[in-house]
Design a protein around this ligand. Structure first.
Ligand code: LMR
Length: 321
């Protein structure tokens, strides 16, 4: 209890109404995901100060969001010269900046060329499978890398899995909990349907259908938007949900468990892997083993690991070479 007070006292600030809370920065706040995410974080009662940064349109989004009568104070930051001020003293930094996919493109095609500039700008995106490794390398170079504090957001895969599984089971998605591990692209997204809560059994064709739909959820949206971008609303929802969990962890709440793509030591031999982690005051404090897998999932895990290894290495080489 005493420690909690100290942490809150050191980290917190006072928003409107004098309520203690956390300071959160969004980098890429004027983008397709960033705008909705800014709205959702302004509505989060745990946030007392919200820094909205972007290379364009940050003042407009800031003015707009600042008229919402919620507690968080909002400040806007525009362009590289203001990036440092946007980051100073923040408890949590969320980076939704990216380049949307067009139909027919894989996540990798969008990222590694067009995202380099953005990532170098912000961490001196998508796909998480490579960008977390890129961010780690950038932080290592700067001597500031803390593996517990760099978390790739895979919450949208879990949200999609809960939604699609609930549809098949005829349940409310809020009653369903699907563990999704691996990464955030195609076959690296591995839903462990044998561990669904509440305990449920699926026919082989349901397993095939659900696995494919969960793995291709992003593509489903890209194709439906027909060239106008990729998922922004559900991605902002997922990022806001994950950010809220991070803040509850920072506050010292017990048992805040979420899936995230993190530096991994015990789950597989890969340096990064999405698995269940316990979020606490110092970030991802504990990672959990995958639990018992059936044959279908074991085969899926091997495929996921093979692709992930390449994507992670691409990220590392991107900075090192
Ligand atoms: C998603 O899962 O919707 C995002 O990663 C965007 C994309 O390109 O699929």
């Amino acid at each position: 209890m005493e420690e909690k007070k100290t942490v809150m006292g050191r980290e917190n600030c006072r928003g409107k109404g004098g309520k203690a809370g956390f300071k959160v920065a969004i980098l890429g706040a004027a983008g397709g995901i960033g705008q909705s995410l800014s709205l959702l974080m302004k509505m989060n009662p745990l946030v007392s100060l919200l820094h909205l940064y972007d290379v364009v349109n940050a003042p407009g989004v800031t003015a707009d969001v600042s008229h919402m009568d919620t507690g968080a104070v909002v400040k806007g930051f525009l362009g590289a010269k203001q990036l440092e001020d946007a980051l100073k003293g923040m408890d949590l930094v969320i980076i939704p900046a990216g380049v949307p996919r067009k139909p027919g493109m894989t996540r990798e095609m969008t990222s590694l060329k067009s995202m380099l500039g953005l990532l170098r700008h912000y961490v001196k995106g998508n796909p998480v499978n490579s960008t977390v490794a890129i961010a780690a390398e950038v932080f290592k170079k700067a001597g500031t890398y803390d593996p517990k504090k760099l978390l790739g957001v895979t919450t949208l895969d879990v949200a999609r899995a809960n939604t699609f599984v609930a549809e098949v089971l005829g349940l409310d998605p809020r009653e369903v909990d699907v563990l999704v591990v691996g990464g955030h692209a195609g076959v690296t997204i591995l839903p462990l349907l044998s561990q669904v809560k509440p305990p449920s059994s699926f026919t082989p064709s349901e397993i095939e259908y659900l696995t494919n739909r969960i793995q291709n959820g992003g593509t489903e949206v890209v194709e439906a938007k027909a060239g106008a971008g990729s998922a922004t609303l559900s991605m902002a929802y997922a990022a806001a949900k994950f950010a809220d969990a991070c803040l509850r962890g920072l506050r010292g709440d017990a048992n805040v468990i979420e899936c995230s793509f993190v530096a991994s030591h015990v789950v597989t031999e890969l340096p990064f892997f999405a698995t269940k982690v316990r979020l606490g005051r110092i970030g991802a404090e504990e990672e959990y083993q995958l639990g018992p897998l059936n044959e279908y999932e074991r085969v899926g895990l091997e495929k996921a690991k093979e692709e992930l290894a390449g994507s992670i290495q691409k990220g590392v080489d991107f900075i090192r070479k």
